[in-house]
Design a protein around this ligand. Structure first.
Ligand code: TXA
Ligand code: MG
Length: 316
């Protein structure tokens, strides 16, 4: 159900949940201090209660309403990357609802850049809890139509065009002068290190096998409904395509003899922007498998690798 800006603001102030655009993906937004509204988010997403939500803020001025401390390192990150596709996990104030942080001692904060998200934040004057506006483990939405397709027409959606970044924000945990990446995104480790002046004090969470699984780092995530398979060799992919009922995703130009072919730009920014939209389209074809060409193993492609690995997890 489409709503306009004024309706979205009124609904959110009343404690309802509304899907809103951000520059990364659409978020399912509600007042982060309203526990009934937070429960609705979990119910609509069918998300386990142990997976915390990001609180979106209009500006960094609001950080200390939620975080117990805003350390110099975290302030440098905020100054460099907000508003934008970066989420910072900080020690939470006691007053922050345990529902929004799923019982964790920390809270995840992000100042989004999308002008419509900014208007909603500024005009409600609230911190908005907003996970991606999709059911648990499924593909994130990058258009209002994806939200309606995934969640049904009963969820109010505020139209804001196609999300420009196209994949979810980078998540960095900051504590006592150390930082670690919890989720890869288009702001990469090198960019963060150059701003804060220290290499990641700890390895990226998913590479650290010694740690228990963090909330939300479930490998089966960001998945199309159709089983997907990732190929490092185009020749092997094309061979596989000859024998299957498939759709094919190629990096740059090219064409499979069998199966509808989708071509994504051979640059990480362009690829990320179109990735989920393309996967949604491929999924809608109702073929037996999606065959996906893996991008090169270079740092600027790491976040895309992460999403593709998760998208293809069922088969690999
Ligand atoms: O780009 C984005 O981040 C989008 C837009 C809407 O802002 N949001 C998003 O939210 O991707 P969600 O809920 O789908 O993913 C947030 C991730 C989850 O994996 C969750 O476990 C993690 O952030 N997270 C949230 N709070 C956390 C915390 N206190 N500590 C560790 N991880 C946290
Ligand atoms: Mg999500």
């Amino acid at each position: 159900m489409q709503v306009d800006l004024a309706q979205a603001i009124a609904l959110i102030k009343r404690g309802e949940v509304v899907a809103i655009p951000t520059e990364t993906v659409y978020g399912l937004a509600a007042d982060a201090r309203n526990e009934d509204a937070l429960k609705q988010i979990y119910a609509i997403k069918q998300r386990p209660a142990n997976n915390p939500l990001i609180v979106h803020l209009a500006s960094r001025e609001h950080v200390l309403d939620w975080a117990a401390e805003f350390s110099p390192l975290a302030q440098k990150l905020a100054a460099a990357f907000w508003p934008g596709p970066l989420t910072v996990v900080l020690p939470a104030k006691d007053a922050v609802s345990s529902i929004v942080r799923a019982g964790e001692p920390t809270v995840a904060l992000r100042v989004p850049a999308h002008p419509i998200a900014q208007q909603v934040l500024q005009q409600t004057g609230l911190g908005l809890a907003a996970p991606s506006a999709n059911k648990y483990t499924q593909l994130s939405p990058t258009t209002a139509q994806h939200v309606a397709n995934g969640l049904g027409n009963v969820v109010p959606v505020l139209e804001g065009g196609t999300c420009e970044v196209g994949i979810e924000s980078t998540i960095v945990a900051v504590d006592e002068g150390q930082w670690r990446l919890l989720r890869l995104g288009m702001i990469d480790e090198a960019q963060i290190a150059s701003v804060v002046g220290v290499q990641a004090a700890l390895p990226t969470l998913q590479d650290d096998k010694s740690l228990p699984k963090a909330p939300g780092q479930n490998l089966l995530h960001y998945s199309p409904k159709t089983p997907a398979q990732l190929f490092t060799s185009r020749a092997t992919l094309l061979q596989a395509s000859e024998k299957s009922d498939c759709a094919v995703l190629l990096l740059g130009e090219g064409q499979a003899a069998n199966g509808k072919t989708f071509n994504l730009p051979n640059d990480p920014v362009g690829f990320a922007e179109q990735l989920y939209g393309t996967l949604h389209q491929m999924d809608a074809l109702a073929v037996a498998t999606l065959l996906i060409e893996a991008p090169p193993q270079q740092p600027e492609w790491l976040a895309i690798h992460d999403r593709l690995t998760r998208a293809s997890y069922k088969l690999n």
